[in-house]
Unconditional design. Structure first.
Lengths: 231, 280
């Protein structure tokens, strides 16, 4: 689900960087009374997990697929999911060669915007649908929207620089999206299981920074790190 | 529960990714395969970033077919100057993979109006072929420059250069922390995988999914509290700054800095020329 370098025309990837800059700046701005730095360890941890999980291939006959986890990131990180995905994609370029430096912005938009929507969907739906169902839908919608955006960007870019009939575009887009429905289900189930597990074992990981343990909300006192008698 | 982590059995690609994951070094960033004596390695990080990014933008903008060999030659020349092994280049160029090979295989038969060859219902179009040539050449050239940049610049220096370009500290701290956690998570993942493999569980999608979900959940829970402690410790040591911002390694003599900016000027000049002549 990464667009490589050299495929998109310049306005597309420049636009992707512009969009990513705006959304990242918005995500990193300091909300009233909340320091986004406190969320950094969780965001970095999840980014690393996102990166590690991208190396997992699941058999989905006749092929194998890898997990995106953008819905899970939206559920766990809220607005910080976008910068976390940006960083995760950078490491995927730097380590695996998936995607590219020019297309980093548009790839972040393709995966990050659905993550934000999935997070919002989870928060709205958790009271009405229950945590498991809303997590399932967040995971499925996250990957479904990402697939839709990915192929839409690709088809618009290709048809803009060549000759591609609207019928062929429509057929390609709809068949590719339909082909990804099993992946949406897999990702939704996976997200649901992870969220239910975390809800049971460590619910503050699902708190989106609103109810972090009090100890983390307090400023760091340097003397508290010293052993007794050394202060 | 006795499941096994299924990565290694599925695809060559998965195995390659896993091997790359295992080779992550937290302190140095992407592996440094370049000879430290090469001029690209000694190019200061900020001017190098600017120069190579300008060339990448110019390469991505080239439309005229006659200029494609030029960008290919430039990329090969820069790779040669970097001192990186050619075998590494071939391996890395194979990575962008599936999407591009799909496009290269499909586009000439799918897109265009000018028929240049027909065999039954199989029709080869000039416009599609032209686009494939453009995509392929630009991809190879840009990927080569990407790897030159990432292989010859340690992560901390790259982050410091990005900081000087105005990228927010919070984003860079996130990148740096992620890089620190990557190795820990990677090694924990490997341990869990090995433990599960020893139990002899056979992979299948029906059994993999719940197992992998539990595995990832366990990994997150195990790492979360530790990550908080590490973060607080880092902040204690760094007076609020998480990233140890560094200057580039080696002695930044005025001549070295001057040469670096000279090389960047040259790269910007070439990029300007390509943007002027190579675009349609």
């Amino acid at each position: 689900m990464h667009i490589s370098d050299g495929i998109l025309p310049v306005p597309f990837w420049l636009g992707g960087y512009g969009l990513t800059a705006v959304i990242t700046a918005h995500s990193l701005r300091r909300p009233e009374g909340r320091d986004p730095r406190r969320q950094l360890p969780k965001a970095a941890l999840l980014t690393a997990a996102f990166f590690v999980a991208s190396s997992i291939y699941l058999p989905l006959p006749p092929t194998s697929v890898h997990l995106l986890l953008n819905g899970l990131m939206g559920v766990m990180l809220g607005a910080l999911a976008y910068p976390a995905i940006l960083v995760g994609l950078f490491f995927q370029v730097a380590t695996f060669g998936h995607g590219g430096l020019t297309t980093l912005g548009i790839n972040a938009a393709i995966i990050g915007i659905p993550a934000l929507l999935a997070g919002a969907l989870f928060r709205v739906g958790r009271c009405r649908l229950g945590i498991g169902f809303s997590a399932f839908w967040a995971g499925a919608v996250g990957v479904g929207l990402a697939v839709l955006l990915f192929y839409a960007v690709l088809l618009v870019a290709l048809s803009g620089s060549g000759t591609l009939s609207p019928e062929a575009e429509h057929l390609a887009l709809s068949s590719l999206v339909v082909a990804h429905i099993p992946l949406m289900v897999v990702e939704g189930m996976f997200t649901g299981w992870v969220v239910l597990f975390l809800q049971r074992v460590q619910p503050e990981l699902l708190s989106d920074g609103e109810s972090l343990p009090q100890v983390l909300a307090e400023p760091v006192d340097p003397t508290s790190a010293l052993p007794p008698g050394r202060s | 529960m006795g499941p096994v982590f299924p990565v290694k059995r599925h695809t060559k690609c998965a195995t390659a990714d896993q091997a790359r994951l295992e080779s992550l070094q937290p302190e140095t960033g992407p592996s440094l395969s370049a000879k430290p004596s090469s001029c690209i390695y000694r190019w200061r990080p900020l001017p190098k970033l600017l120069g190579l990014m300008a060339l990448i933008v110019a390469f991505a903008s080239v439309q005229r077919l006659t200029w494609l060999p030029v960008i290919g030659a430039l990329a090969i020349g820069i790779w040669g100057l970097s001192g990186l092994p050619w075998s590494l280049g071939l391996r890395r160029l194979a990575l962008p993979g599936l999407l591009v090979s799909g496009l290269i295989g499909l586009l000439p038969f799918w897109m265009g109006e000018t028929v240049i060859w027909r065999w039954g219902s199989l029709v080869l179009y000039w416009e599609g072929l032209e686009m494939v040539l453009r995509i392929g050449a630009r991809l190879l050239a840009i990927v080569a420059l990407n790897w030159v940049l990432l292989e010859t610049t340690p992560l901390t220096e790259l982050l410091a250069a990005l900081r000087r370009l105005g990228i927010p500290d919070l984003l860079l701290e996130l990148a740096w922390l992620t890089h620190r956690y990557l190795q820990e998570l990677g090694s924990q993942w490997q341990q869990m995988q090995r433990a599960a493999q020893l139990r002899g569980w056979q992979p299948s999608l029906r059994q993999d999914l719940p197992f992998l979900a539990t595995l990832l959940g366990t990994l997150l829970v195990r790492s979360y509290e530790r990550s908080e402690r590490v973060y607080q410790a880092l902040r204690l040591r760094g007076c609020g700054q998480v990233v140890p911002w560094v200057t580039a390694a080696g002695d930044p003599t005025p001549s070295c800095v001057g040469l670096s900016w000279g090389a960047t000027g040259l790269a910007l000049g070439v990029a300007g020329l390509l943007l002027r002549l190579g675009t349609a």
